[in-house]
Structures are given as C-alpha cells and as structure tokens.
Design a protein around this ligand. Structure first.
Ligand code: NAD
Length: 562
C-alpha cells in the first residue's frame, strides 16, 4: 500500500479493517470534525466509549438510512440553489455521508454541486457563504504564502485546484466568489475517482476583480480592488507554485477558470516544470475528443474526413483543436493538414491568416481563406461536418445555422458546450427539432431527455468530470512528475471505448454518469501507464496496476472507531 500522510483520517479500502486515527478526539469534537463525524450512525459501543451519549439522538441509523434521509431532505428544497446550500452544509458536517450520497446518486447530485448550479452559487457566494472551505491566498500575503499554506490542516495534499476567479464557467469575472469552483471540482475528484477528501485542497488567488458590481458590493468576500495584471500577479503565481512544491511536494496543481490571457501562458510556463495541467484547455479537449470518437460511430465517419468549425477560439476551443490535431497525427496525417481541418469563428468573425488582431493561441489555426463575419457565412463557406460551440454566447446556433448543418450532413454533429445551461449555443430540443432528429448532440451542462416523433433522445453531457478525476487519480497512483497531452489523449480513447451500443442507440455519446467511478478507474490505469512508459515517475509499473488503482480509491463508508 502507498504510504499515507500523518493527518490522514480517511483510510483507503485496503485499510478498512484498521481503526482510523481519531487524533484523540471525543464527544462534541468528534461530531464537529466532518471527516470523522457519523452523526446518528455512531453505534452504541462508540457512543459509550467516545463520550457521545446524549449528544446524538437515541436512534442508531445506518449509512444507507442516512443517505435516504438526506436525499429526501435535499429533494424537498424548493430551488437548486437551496439544494446546493444544503449539500455544502452536509459536506461541512459529515463528509462520509455527503460523498456516499453524491457517489450513489451522481447523476442527480452532479448538476447541484457543479455546473449549472455552482455558477449561480458563485454569483451569490457572498450571501450563501457560511463556513470557509479551502485557502484564500491574497495578494496581500505575498512573501508569506508558504506559511499560509502551512495553515491548511492536512499534510498529504495530492490535488490542488486553483483559480483566480477571472473566467468562472461562462459567467466572467467573479473574483473570490469563484471559490465555489475549486471546492466543487475537488468534490468531484472524490466522488468520481475516489481521491480522498483530505488529499484535496481548493485554492483561491485573491488578486482583485474587474466585476463592477462586486467592487461596489459591501458583502463581496474578496479584496475589493481592480484585478492585478502586472508583475505582482506573476510574482504571486511563482511564489504560490514554489510554496506548493515545498509544503505539498506530492501535489498536482490544476489551474481552473483563469482568463485566457493567463491560462495559456501559465500552462506554457509551468507544464514542463511541475505536475500541473489546465482542465479548461486539456480536460475539455479530452472529453470533447471522446465525444467526437463516439459521434463517428453514429455517423459512420472517419476522423480524417471531418471538418470542425468552432464558435469560440478560447481555452476550450483551442484546447480541443490541439488535441484533434494530435489525434489526426496519430492516424498519420501531417500536422499542417490536420490543422486545416479545424476552423474557428471568434467575436470578430472567421479566424483567418489575413487578420492582424489575433491572439497568439489562435495563430496556428489561422488559415489562408477569405474572411467571414458571421457564423452562418462560415458554415456556408466551409461546410463543416461538426459544429462546436465554446463561445459562452447563448442562442448563437440559430435555426438557419442548425438547419444548414442538417442540409450539409446526413447526421450533423452539434456540440453546444457553453456553460452553464443558460449560455448553451442551442438547446438539445432545438438541435434535434431543426434537424428532424438527425443531429448528434452534446452539451456542456445537462439537458433533459427529448422526445421527437415518438423517439426519445438522451443528450450527452460533455462533462469534464469524465476526464479530470481519472487523470488526477492516475497521476496520484503513479506519482507522475508531469501531466502530459498524451495522458489526455489516452483518457479520451478510454472514455470513448466505454460508450456502449445501448448508449449510442439513444443518441448518448458518453457513458451513463452512474458508471463514472468505473470510467475514472479505467482512465487512471491508462494515464498511469503513460507515466511509467515515459519514465515520468521513479516508480516501476506494478504488475497489478488496476488493483492498485482500485485500492487507492476512497470509498465513503463508516469504519468502526472502537
Ligand atoms: P474563453 O474566454 O477562453 O473563450 C471564449 C471564446 O469565445 C473567445 O475566443 C471569444 O473570442 C469567443 N467569443 C466571445 N463572444 C463571441 C461571439 N459572440 N461569437 C463568437 N465567439 C465569441 O472561454 P473558454 O474557457 O474557452 O470557455 C468557453 C465556454 O465553453 C464557456 O461557456 C465554458 O463554460 C464552456 N466550456 C465547456 C466545457 C464542457 O462542456 N466540458 C469545458 C470548458 C468550457
């Protein structure tokens, strides 16, 4: 078994028969520790031995009964935001129960603890804020970030999700209110891939905000100053990265929801120096590539014959394009030709070589071609087989555009990936209706099933949660020093391989969310194999790698304390 840090309170399955270390806690202290608390499930023997008599109601519940109760309570809340608040407070009280609930009801819970509800939660974070979770690293703490990291109560941190709040989902700059994102993403690491809760650290870099409403809001939880964009910003990031290496040397750092001017350059700057990745760029790319592979099973097409048109040339769009290029190269297509299969429309029109206003990350996809100003013109000119929306601009896949895609293709592939739901380029119903049910559709946030002419479609959700938890778990298990594009490529292939014929028959191009732990485990094995094969870890590949991965996965169950 891999060694665990001294503060570990959540043993892995292999250690289930051992008694967890209670750190001398008893009575109310035990009830107030969310990693140890069992609430009404403390047994009579535990209540006697640990000074709990009278502190919990007399009835002794099972974990299953507790899950049924909290599920019912959650369902009775009138709005999704109320459900979010309830779930966060459950997590703050009893993490085992929270993760059992989320793991057993992942399809119902994921949209509540992550997109779309987390978007609204971040917008209202100041008003729903109860207990702090994660670390807030303010610009004001420059010079002492190491000490601040040492304030975190757990020592064996393996996964850090960090944001500066500049581009939260498709909602723009939410400053420190964006903390809901690292908190939610790390909950998914635990629920979807069994990364233990005390190995996860959410971090908010409080560098100001350009959100005018927040700057005036007396309840704003961050530092109310304009966003830092100068050398002090880079110095804070550099100090943070160095401090992490010292305080949590085994941690992987996932950059999340940074504005694209920082996201691309920070990835470039650190990807070969640290164990780090950017989920918005690389995770999105992998889940979308998996969706493309599945879509090709439905359209009976070949990757080499596709023409991709993206609306939006930011982190998601360029990340996907770069991974498509890698996938095409793996099929023997030259890089230049592969790039010519990917086209972009941004806020100024078609990305073409003659434009002089292009940001660096777009230039490799700027082809020689007359410009177009609208998406409709671009679809007419380029005749794409796949249309991918990553613009954050709702209702931009209009009826004429979707109908034209349907005219150009027997089965047009239409991915409206912008989050949250309110930002999707079109709805599932629109995509199916405007193509007479011929579209292969996926979205970023979930859409309900849709019935057209007696046929029920189950729209796929191109949810990054299919990818990043498994990648993180693979990196943790192998102790890889780097996270590489090859890892995302193999993750995409594994994910696509797990889509069944039954999934495809209902139009679903991703596996059912209920299978997420199986998906994550399979991805973790593939990612760890890359780490071993590329010598990114000093460890040799164990013979029983799949079993090692399983053994590493935290399983939310109660263990006996007496
Ligand atoms: P980004 O800010 O990096 O990029 C947005 C891009 O859209 C920019 O290139 C911008 O020029 C372009 N754009 C803005 N307005 C436009 C318009 N009117 N017409 C055409 N293009 C326009 O953001 P991002 O990280 O790339 O994310 C974009 C969207 O994709 C967000 O809504 C995000 O939630 C979503 N997303 C979805 C998934 C997923 O489904 N798995 C993953 C990541 C991001």
């Amino acid at each position: 078994m891999t060694s665990k840090g001294p503060h570990r309170a959540t043993p892995t399955i292999t250690a289930m028969n051992q008694k967890p270390d209670l750190h001398g806690k008893r009575g109310a202290d035990l009830l107030h520790d969310p990693l140890l608390n069992k609430g009404t499930a403390f047994t009579e023997a535990e209540r006697d031995a640990l000074g709990l008599r009278g502190l919990v109601p007399p009835h002794v519940a099972t974990l299953e009964a507790q899950v049924a109760r909290v599920l019912e309570t959650c369902r009775r809340k009138p709005t999704d935001l109320e459900k979010y608040i309830y779930l966060v407070s459950l997590q703050e009280r009893n993490e085992t129960l929270f993760y059992r609930l989320v793991t057993d009801h992942v399809a119902e819970m994921m949209p509540l603890i992550y997109t779309p509800t987390v978007g609204l939660a971040c917008q209202r974070y100041a008003l729903i804020f109860r207990r702090p979770r994660g670390l807030f690293l303010s610009l004001r703490y420059r010079g002492s970030l190491k000490q601040v990291l040492q304030n975190w109560p757990h020592r064996d941190v393996r996964m850090i999700v960090v944001t500066d709040g500049e581009r939260i989902l498709g909602l723009g700059d939410l400053g420190s209110n964006g903390m809901g994102i690292p908190v939610g993403k790390l909950s998914l690491y635990t629920a979807c891939a069994g990364v233990a809760p005390d190995q996860c650290l959410p971090v908010m870099l409080d560098v100001g905000t350009d959100n005018a409403a927040f700057l005036k809001d007396p309840h704003y939880i961050g530092t109310a100053r304009p966003r830092e964009r100068g050398p002090a910003y880079d110095a804070l990031i550099a100090e943070f990265v160095d401090a992490v290496q010292e305080v949590f040397p085994r941690a992987c750092i996932q950059f999340e929801d940074f504005g694209n001017s920082n996201a691309f350059r920070l990835l470039r700057q650190y990807r070969d120096k640290l164990c780090t990745f950017n989920d918005d760029i690389q995770g999105t790319a992998a889940v979308t590539l998996a969706g493309i592979y599945s879509a090709l099973r439905l359209t009976k097409g070949k990757l080499a014959d596709q023409r991709f048109l993206f609306l939006g040339a930011g982190e998601a769009g360029i990340g996907i394009g770069e991974l498509i290029v890698e996938a095409l190269k793996s099929e023997g297509i030259a890089e230049k030709a592969a790039r010519r299969q990917c086209w972009y429309v941004d806020s100024k029109g078609l990305v073409v070589a003659s434009r002089t206003d292009l940001a660096e990350h777009k230039k490799l996809f700027a082809h020689d071609q007359p410009g177009c100003t609208t998406l409709l013109e671009a679809v007419e000119a380029l005749k794409p087989t796949m249309l991918i929306g990553v613009s954050g601009m709702p209702a931009t896949f209009t009826e004429p555009i979707v109908r034209l895609m349907g005219k150009l293709n027997t089965n047009p592939v239409i991915f409206a990936l912008s989050n949250p739901t309110s930002k999707a380029e079109c709805t599932a119903e629109q995509a199916y209706t405007w193509t007479d049910g011929r579209a292969v559709f996926a979205s970023g946030s979930p859409f309900p099933d849709c019935t057209l002419n007696g046929r029920t479609f189950k729209p796929g959700q191109g949810n990054n949660s299919y990818i990043f938890p498994g990648v993180g778990l693979g990196v943790i298990v192998s102790q890889s020093r780097r996270v590489t594009d090859e890892m995302f490529f193999v993750a995409a292939k594994v994910l696509a391989s797990l889509v069944t014929e039954q999934d495809l028959a209902t139009g679903r191009i991703f596996p059912e969310l209920q299978r997420i732990r199986e998906v994550s485990a399979a991805i973790a094995v593939a990612v760890a194999k890359v780490a071993y094969a590329r010598k990114l870890t000093p460890k040799p590949c164990p013979d029983d790698l799949p079993a090692r991965v399983q053994a590493e996965m935290y399983d939310p169950t109660y263990r006996s304390y007496v």
